[in-house]
Design a protein around this ligand. Structure first.
Ligand SMILES: Cc1ncc(COP(=O)(O)O)c(C=O)c1O
Length: 396
């Protein structure tokens, strides 16, 4: 059975993923179980997606309830779960309108189209992105993903993209005279190695955008929806973008993406400009309503803040113990350890010892646990990490 699943996957699915040797069978709370019944503490949460972990009762009920009513009807009509979610997201945010898509890349595509349309009216058609960023794999999002390893085989990409240096406001100022309509940035670079923006940098971007009528887009696909201990990552910085994009954690595993726009720019995209057959579909939005309710009303933000600080402190203790740890960084439940060696084999050893983590680039181990992990889960994870790093030390 196990070999069958692996062989069929490897033989018949386009080979674009590097999968770990692990067949998942089921999940419960913050644990996953493989097909042989082995239990894993899940600090990946499907790449920052399963905010509520597995088998959340309210979430499962909401989905089944919607499924029993109808599964899909398209955006040609109105329905309750989508309209509720929109109202909820607007009520907890400084934004005026939301558009629902199906993924992070697609949320960014919408934000880029908004920027393009606005830019065309002003003949300012350039978009600034930051080096080492990650915004997705579709051609528009890829065009603003300023990393050669993702872009090289797919050129020419969108023209009129300029690259600034993350956390270097002077590098961005130099580009402004070129006719810029938008700046896109991750408040915390995820794939690029878990690098939080400095407050002065985001403040500086806000000022540049205000002074030059440029749309400031924050890509919160990975760092948004409670992951940093605030619903929006920008709340940690007191800097409000004009547009925010979200996806991963918003529907706890059902496909969804969203971009939200402030009043100043919310009338730019109009009828016929943008659409998505599945976007904000009844099942995903039924799930997302529960996620947002739980995050806002059920102590999850506080949990992420408190236990995120605890996780950070525990990892820092490790840093003082092992010379090969270069840095601990991140915010809330988006934390990374940078090593002075490649982490692939460490990641695999952690998995064999019952802890799932992921990487961010070659040298960073990334932790994106479900937002419901508690101190005891962190202690359990630290025990496993200690156990594995002991051996690494011997080998280095
Ligand atoms: C910051 C950021 N933006 C966009 C994306 C793309 O999201 P998706 O894979 O849902 O298209 C990701 C995915 O990792 C991301 O981390």
């Amino acid at each position: 059975m196990e070999n069958n699943i692996i062989n069929n996957t490897d033989n018949y699915i386009l080979n674009t993923y590097k999968r770990q040797d692990l067949v998942i069978d089921k999940g419960n709370n913050v644990y996953l179980y493989d097909i042989n019944g082995k239990k894993y503490l899940d600090f990946v949460s499907g790449i920052g997606v399963n905010s509520l972990g597995y088998q959340n009762k309210k979430y499962n009920e909401a989905i089944v309830n919607q499924l029993n009513k109808f599964n899909h009807c398209s955006n040609l009509y109105y329905w309750e779960t989508q309209s509720k979610l929109a109202q909820k997201l607007i009520s907890i945010s400084p934004f005026d309108k939301v558009f629902f898509a199906n993924s992070g890349a697609e949320a960014n595509e919408g934000a880029l189209k908004l920027a393009k349309k606005y830019g065309n009216t002003k003949k300012n058609t350039k978009i600034i992105t930051m080096k080492n960023s990650f915004h997705g794999r579709t051609l528009g999002s890829l065009s603003v993903t300023a990393q050669n390893k993702y872009q090289n085989s797919f050129t020419p990409l969108l023209s009129n993209i300029l690259e600034g240096e993350f956390n270097n406001i002077e590098s961005v100022k130099k580009l402004i005279s070129e006719g810029v309509c938008a700046i896109i940035v991750e408040p915390i670079q995820g794939e690029g190695g878990l690098k939080p923006a400095k407050k002065e940098f985001l403040d500086g971007l806000r000022k540049i955008c205000d002074e030059n009528d440029i749309i400031l887009i924050f890509d919160e696909v990975q760092c948004g929806v409670g992951r940093t201990g605030k619903f929006f990552a920008f709340e940690n910085y007191d800097v409000i973008p004009d547009v925010v994009t979200m996806a991963k954690g918003l529907a706890n595993g059902l496909p969804i993406g969203a971009f939200m726009i402030n009043k100043k720019y919310s009338s730019i995209l109009t009828y016929g400009d943008h659409a998505s057959t599945f976007g904000g579909n009844p099942i995903s939005t039924a799930g997302a309503n529960v996620v947002v309710d739980e995050i806002i009303n059920n102590g999850i933000l506080n949990n992420v803040k408190t236990n995120g600080e605890y996780l950070f402190a525990q990892l820092n203790k490790l840093k003082t113990k092992y010379d090969f740890i270069k840095d601990i960084r991140g915010l809330g439940f988006m934390v990374g350890i940078e090593f002075d060696f490649e982490v692939a084999s460490t990641m695999s050893n952690l998995k064999d010892n019952g802890l799932l983590v992921l990487n961010a680039g070659n040298n960073v181990l990334r932790f994106l646990p479900p937002l419901i992990v508690k101190k005891n889960h962190i202690d359990e994870a630290m025990g496993i990490i200690e156990n594995v790093l002991k051996d690494v030390k011997v080998n280095v």
